[in-house]
Design a protein around this ligand. Structure first.
Ligand code: ADP
Ligand code: MG
Length: 251
């Protein structure tokens, strides 16, 4: 097999029988999921179904209690070294941007490369400017997050993640806090990223996005993966009653 073919076969993320409880509440129930390098996965499902918990567990923003999560061949354990290793490989974009308000856009982008990856400042700034160009806001580099629109802030958040050169990007409802006219500018950036071959897991209800870029759509309900399929089948021929009900409510 060629190196390229092997790379494509490589599993970026594996969740094996993952279970998590918040106190007595069983929030993730036997989650099994394999994500190959370059694969783009959209996760949808009703509010409270465990989507954020699942995606946050992948870089240990939440701790699971049972089962295995393996990212890039590293198994998530309580070992801080493993957590740090995984976080270097995994970028995350949140619903509410989570930028540092007291730092400029450029400083937001350079912070982790400088302090976590020990990249020299000049190099970190040059890389940050490249990514700000890619998300089409280089002219905002010296501003503070509070001076930007929501759509611009979310594009900074994406650029900031990319500055760490992640192997996989996790998105948790990146457009749901945005005014409608700003959704497209963020989705456009995400579509470009997908087309460049980034491995992506996106929690989103933007079904147009799912149809355009997803290799697979996963439907979660009550802490379980109920159904998964390639987008055409998923939308046109949902098998499970709960999937049908969900799609009838959002489409
Ligand atoms: P989704 O992202 O699909 O809306 P979440 O993963 O945020 O779902 O939440 C799943 C369930 O877990 C919800 O019922 C939520 O109330 C509960 N939950 C989320 N975070 C916590 C927490 N820190 N402590 C207790 N319960 C939580
Ligand atoms: Mg959520």
């Amino acid at each position: 097999m060629s190196t390229q073919a092997k790379d494509a076969e490589k599993l970026m993320i594996q969740l094996r029988d993952v279970n998590k409880w918040y106190g007595d509440f069983h929030v993730l129930k036997n989650i099994n999921l394999n994500v190959k390098r370059g694969e783009r996965i959209v996760i949808c499902g009703p509010s409270g179904s465990g989507k954020s918990t699942m995606i946050r567990s992948i870089n240990r923003l939440e701790e699971h209690q049972k089962g295995d999560i393996i990212v890039n061949d590293v198994t998530l354990t309580n070992d801080l070294k493993n957590i740090e290793t995984i976080r270097k490989d995994v970028g995350m974009v949140f619903q509410h941007f989570n930028l540092f308000p007291h730092l400029t856009v450029l400083e937001n982008c350079c912070l982790a490369p400088i302090w976590v990856k020990k990249v020299p400042r000049a190099e970190a700034e040059a890389t940050a400017m490249q990514f700000l160009e890619r998300v089409k806001i280089p002219e905002q580099a010296k501003k503070y997050p509070g001076q930007l629109s929501g759509g611009q802030q979310q594009r900074v958040a994406i650029a900031r993640s990319l500055c760490m050169n992640p192997d996989v990007m996790l998105f948790d409802e990146p457009t749901s806090a945005l005014d409608p006219e700003m959704i497209k500018e963020v989705l456009d950036v995400m579509v470009e990223l997908a087309e460049e071959g980034m491995t992506m897991l996106c929690v989103t209800h933007e079904m147009g996005f799912a149809k355009t870029v997803a290799d697979r759509v996963i439907f979660m309900d009550a802490g379980q993966i109920i159904e998964e399929n390639e987008p055409h089948e998923f939308f046109n021929n949902p098998q499970h009653e709960r999937t049908q009900l969900f799609l009838s409510q959002i489409l």
